[in-house]
Design a protein around this ligand. Sequence first.
Ligand code: 57M
Length: 359
Amino acid sequence: MLYHLLYPLHTTFSVFNVFRYITFRTIYASLTAFFICFLLGPWMIRKLASMQVGQYIRDDGPKSHFEKAGTPTMGGTLIILSLTAAILLWSDLTNYYVWIVLFVIIGYGAIGFIDDYLMQVKKQSKGLSVLNKLLLQGLVALIAGFLVYVTPDFSTQVTIPFFKNIRPDFGWGYIIFAAFVIVGASNAVNLTDGLDGLAIGPVIIAAATYMIFAYVSGHIKIAGYLQLNYVSGAGELAIFCGALAGAGLGFLWFNSYPAQIFMGDVGSLSLGAFLGTIAVITKQEILLALVGGIFVIEALSVIFQVGFFKMTSGKRIFKMAPLHHHFELKGWPEPKVIVRFWIIAIALALLAMSTLKLR
Ligand code: 57M
């Protein structure tokens, strides 16, 4: 809105020319999202606590988690609100991609919200069934994939990290591929969200990394120079990524150990889907496995553990899956597991950024 209201005034007041720049709007969108989250956080925590939206803790998990019982959850609502407000204020609302990403965040946020609501407010122990959750996630992701596919000039070729000359063209199959990336990312972030700040840290790191990829892939000259797929209009998504990083930092203020609030499914499902959608639109789909490597490792630990458990009728590879529980049960203090996972996430993000040159 600010962009639409103030930029046209640049012909009279040259100072408003600055609203033209994606870099300027990215910085202010992140600060806006950060301050909304930071300022509304204490109110949100009080509100959720008064509504008794407190986390139920499973009795088969690590014992250190028992004392977390009653921590307010569904804090992802705050992230989505601050992110959406920042986007409405700072981005170019005529940009088609902005609306696709908003659709995904709100769609996945609604799925997560229903699940959390059934569990936390209605006190149903299971929430949405796994099948219903997957069907709804798949539906929103397929619509998003279709909307991207029908965008004029959108390439259905897939970028393979480190190999610039290998770009398989998926044709209409790209819709299914895009949906797979979005659903996979959403569930992988959900599995990671099991220690204070463990999910939001790598989400911030991934958002900051994709902020750079969105900017360069939407810049015709830089994309040409780096031999990247140029995606007209994708630059505007740098603002989105910046806003997510800002909102994430604001949330981390309260979610850092010992957490005063959890994000709930409303947060984990929507943030993962957001990253998947950005990876698709910026044409760095497969690179998400590296940028979000922590989420992939966590998801793989569950797949291997469950597979092995079933094949051997009860034997385990890890003390407990997802992987963060394994280290907790080995005796690592919770903050050590969290910070070490963040360190790995930063290293993987740097490696991912090197693909801008190493191809
Ligand atoms: C949700 N949710 C956390 C919070 C958060 C297939 C199976 C591996 C699935 C997996 C699972 O259900 N994962 C998805 C993980 C929960 O957090 C809530 O959920 C939201 C995210 N969806 O925002 O609202 C608990 O995590 C802790 N937490 C924090 N700080 C945070 O900032 O400490 C969360 C956020 C919270 C809190 O304790 O209550 C969760 O872990 O439940 N299942 C599991 O993860 C279970 N694993 C398991 O059963 N493994 C088995 C194999 C054979 C499947 C094994 O290895 O033997 C574990 N989870 C728990 N207890 N809680 C193990 C048992």
